[in-house]
Structures are given as structure tokens and as C-alpha cells.
Write a protein that binds this ligand. Structure first.
Ligand code: C2E
Ligand code: CA
Ligand code: CA
Ligand code: CA
Length: 284
């Protein structure tokens, strides 16, 4: 904030202002923020690379701070994980996203109902009520389990033992999809994939970034080609993140990726926007 004459203060650059709050300040403000309803969700469309239609969206949480404006999840999720607030916050995100996806299903009346992807932090994964809470939310909102995909990062599942996998397995049996998020960043043993109850691989943006230059790095292309082949041989669908150009989209389609997400199609935004995009024949 900068002084704007007298003792009036004006925010010159909201981002700079938000950066000025200390981690401690943010951390202590989190519980009250949840209680006051300062969090909101933006949805980023998931696009079928084959025909360009929107078949779902990822829920991405933001904090609308009364003084500091919108704060991105990269800044407060780690703090919420540290204090354990991620459990009630994550439950709220799931509840809100399920309610929204249910609304999309009612409104659309199209051939395939829109689905929603929700991020799950490692703390939530270890929480004893994960399955019970998820079942309760699906029942109360009326969202079919098949319309929900939970995203778990590859690093959260590295070296996971059966105790950690059991709740995920239970959810998968109910029909909930499990996606392995940020895939390719965690050096996981590829052979291990078979043992995980996942049905989707989300290729990290690091791979799509390598395709931004033209011509794309041939080694990057080979790696993605290999991952796609492996994923498909294990019956996993491949989603790519961070698609920013039509050239990337073309390349990833050629490499056999199934679903894409990125600014080329749409930035994260309000739920109504997803619905609008789902009603057009192809997003691009
Ligand atoms: P993520 O799960 O890997 O989500 C994808 C991030 O990439 C999002 O950042 C999204 O806005 C951004 N993105 C999408 N397309 C593009 C693109 O074409 N180019 C670029 N440069 N970026 C793109 P966002 O929304 O800031 O979220 C950051 C991270 O915060 C997420 O990464 C996720 O790890 C975490 N997060 C967000 N919402 C939740 C939540 O409800 N629960 C938990 N546990 N984590 C969340
Ligand atoms: Ca994600
Ligand atoms: Ca990701
Ligand atoms: Ca990421």
C-alpha cells in the first residue's frame, strides 16, 4: 500500500501488497477466513483432445482476502497443510465442487454430464474420515461417484503402503476416478503404477513447457510418447496440463494424449463459464 495524500492509503499493486503479508499473518488468519467464507473456487475446463469438447473441470481454490485481494493457492495451501486446516478446507472444496457439478448435470441436459476434478492433499489422504466424508458429500449433493475425480500428487503416493492406498482403493471401487497429479516430477517407479488405484495420469506442465519451442525438443517428445504408451497399456487415460498454444495441442493430440487443460482453452474461471463452454461444439 502507498500513501495517497493525507492519511488515506491506496493499494497500488494488489499482488505486491499480498506478497507483503507474512506467512505467519496468513497462517493465523486461515481458520477465521474459512469460517467467514472468504474462499472461493475457480473451475478450469478439461477438454477432450479428440473432438475439442469440454467434459469437465478442475476445481482450484482461491482466497479472497478482505485487505489483500485474491491470494493464490500456492501461497496458502502449504500453510493450511502445515496447520492441518487443509482437512476442513479440503472438505469444503469437495462439498462446494460436488454441489456445483450436480448443478451442471441438472442444467445441461446434454449427452455426457460434466465431471469435476478436486485436489486432495496428503493430509486429507491420511485422514481417517476421507472415505466417510466423501460418501456423505456425494449422497447429500446427489452427485454420482462417477462424476468425481480426486487428484492426488505423484509425490504423495511415492512409497505409499497399503494402509495409505486402502481409502483410495475403496473410493475407486465406488466409481470415483483417481488421478495421479503432477506426473513425471516425482521419479516414481513406473512399474509401481500397476499397484496404484489410479485411472488417470496428469502429465506435469514441465512436459508441455518443453514443447513450447518450435521445433519441440525431440527427447521430450519421445518421453511423452513413452509415457502415453505405458499409460494406455495399463488402461490409464492421459491428461496434459499447461497447454498454452495450438501447436502444443496438436502435438499432444498426435502423441495420443486424451485430455488437455490450459490457457489455450480457458483460464480458471467461474462455474458458469464452464457450462457455457460445454455447450459449444468445440472450444477452439
Ligand atoms: P495443480 O493441481 O497442478 O493445478 C494446475 C495449476 O496450473 C493451477 O494453478 C492452474 O491455474 C495452472 N494452470 C492451468 N493451465 C495453465 C497454463 O496453461 N499455463 C500455466 N502457466 N498455468 C496453468 P493454481 O490455480 O494457482 O493452483 C496451484 C496449485 O495449488 C495446484 O496445482 C494445486 O496443487 C494447489 N491447489 C489448488 N486448489 C487446491 C485445493 O482445493 N486443494 C489442494 N489440496 N490443493 C489445491
Ligand atoms: Ca491438480
Ligand atoms: Ca497438476
Ligand atoms: Ca502443479
Amino acid at each position: 500500500a502507498k500513501a495517497a495524500g493525507g492519511n488515506r492509503y491506496e493499494v497500488a499493486d494488489p499482488e505486491a501488497d499480498a506478497r507483503a503479508i507474512t506467512r505467519h499473518g496468513l497462517t493465523t488468519a486461515l481458520p477465521a477466513a474459512l469460517e467467514r467464507g472468504e474462499f472461493f473456487i475457480e473451475y478450469q475446463p478439461l477438454v477432450d483432445l479428440g473432438d475439442g469438447t469440454v467434459h469437465g473441470a478442475e476445481a482450484l481454490v482461491r482466497w479472497s482476502h478482505p485487505q489483500h485481494g485474491t491470494i493464490s493457492p500456492d501461497r496458502f495451501i502449504p500453510l493450511a497443510e502445515h496447520t492441518g486446516l487443509i482437512v476442513p478446507l479440503g472438505r469444503w472444496v469437495l462439498d462446494e465442487s460436488a454441489r456445483q457439478a450436480r448443478l451442471w448435470q441438472e442444467e445441461r441436459g446434454g449427452p455426457a454430464p460434466l465431471r469435476v476434478n478436486v485436489n486432495l492433499s496428503p493430509c486429507q489422504l491420511q485422514h481417517p474420515r476421507l472415505v466417510a466424508d466423501t460418501v456423505e458429500i456425494l449422497e447429500r449433493t446427489g452427485l454420482p461417484p462417477g462424476a468425481l475425480c480426486l487428484e492426488v500428487t505423484e509425490s504423495a503416493l511415492i512409497g505409499a503402503d497399503e494402509d495409505l492406498l486402502k481409502p483410495l482403493r475403496r473410493l475407486a471401487e465406488m466409481g470415483v476416478d483417481i488421478a495421479l497429479d503432477d506426473f513425471g516430477t516425482g521419479y516414481s517407479n513406473l512399474a509401481n503404477l500397476r499397484r496404484l488405484p489410479v485411472s488417470v495420469l496428469k502429465l506435469d506442465r514441465a512436459f508441455t513447457r518443453g514443447m513450447q519451442q518450435f521445433p519441440a525438443d525431440p527427447v521430450d517428445l519421445k518421453i511423452v510418447e513413452g509415457i502415453v504408451a505405458l499409460a494406455h497399456s495399463l488402461d490409464l487415460a492421459v491428461t496434459v496440463e499447461g497447454v498454452e498454444t495450438s501447436a502444443q495441442a496438436d502435438q499432444l493430440r498426435e502423441l495420443g494424449c486424451d485430455t488437455a487443460q490450459g490457457w489455450y482453452y480457458a483460464r480458471p474461471g467461474p462455474a458458469a463459464r464452464v457450462r457455457e463452454l460445454a455447450l459449444v461444439d468445440a472450444v477452439t
